[in-house]
Design a protein around this ligand. Structure first.
Ligand code: SF4
Length: 259
């Protein structure tokens, strides 16, 4: 049976976006709107103006001046593990898992020599725990073998560790070194689109757009956008009337409406 050539790209887009944002309902709706807009060249979502971006940036920086990750960690080794586990898993869940994991394997050497089944059982309440356990041990082995037991704090080196992609590397560097980097998770992706900061279809493209538009204070803006998306501009039932301090910049009303 031949596939409908118009449907296949849409399904691919939805699938890629679901992987990024983990919210199929929001994304199916959002991407249908995007597809409709692309095909009909109809502007359904306005873009933020330069003036709005500057004001919005200041408001985020003021509100989230001291924002940090909600993941619990004590050092770079623990942070890399926590961030890797948080992929498609909530920070709350990761924080429930990591105390026992860090106690059992307090350093890369211990984790490098761990029994895979022991690691799996410690992280089994986390999504994709089988692959994550394999990657954690492989990551620790490389840290021991190549980096003398110290997690490298360089993006090019970080991404050579098992299970560490660009987003994980950026989140680690943003949190641990306050690097001027952006990382786009499900919250940053959703909020960026609702505020008219990006109409990109992927997290990577959204990241590039945010870097271009904000330029500076990216680490702080990342932390702020995550918290804003997690607690105020939530996927379902965003707190538009009760808590949103960016309401005047919201562009989502004519595109995908807040539910
Ligand atoms: S008004 Fe609602 S949808 Fe718009 S940015 Fe604020 S919380 Fe999000």
């Amino acid at each position: 049976m031949r596939s409908n050539p118009k449907i296949v790209p849409l399904i691919n887009l939805i699938w890629k976006s679901v992987i990024v944002t983990q919210n199929i309902h929001t994304n199916v709706f959002f991407l249908i709107v995007v597809q409709y807009r692309l095909k009909n060249r109809t502007i359904l979502m306005k873009k933020a103006t330069k003036k709005e971006i500057n004001t919005l940036k200041s408001a985020l920086l003021e509100r989230y001046s001291d924002a940090v990750t909600e993941l619990s960690y004590a050092n770079a080794y623990e942070l890399v593990i926590a961030v890797a586990l948080s992929a498609q898993c909530t920070d709350k869940r990761v924080n429930l898992i990591t105390p026992a994991l860090f106690e059992a394997y307090p350093n890369p050497e211990a984790l490098a020599n761990a029994d895979i089944n022991d690691v799996k059982s410690l992280i089994q309440s986390c999504s994709f725990f089988n692959n994550k356990a394999i990657n954690l041990i492989a990551m620790a082995k490389r840290v021991v073998d190549v980096y003398h037991g110290e997690v490298p704090l360089d993006e090019k080196e970080l991404v050579t560790l098992a299970g560490v992609g660009q987003k994980t590397a950026h989140v680690v560097l943003i949190e641990y070194t306050q690097a001027n980097l952006m990382a786009v998770d499900t919250h940053v992706f959703r909020v960026s689109h609702r505020l008219g900061l990006s109409d990109d279809l992927s997290a990577i493209a959204t990241e590039a757009t945010l870097v271009k538009k904000f330029k500076t204070n990216l680490h702080q803006l990342h932390q702020g956008l995550v918290l804003f998306g997690r607690y105020i501009c939530t996927a379902k039932n965003p707190k538009c009337d009760s808590e949103c301090f960016l309401r005047e910049f919201c562009k989502s009303k004519d595109g995908f409406k807040p539910r």
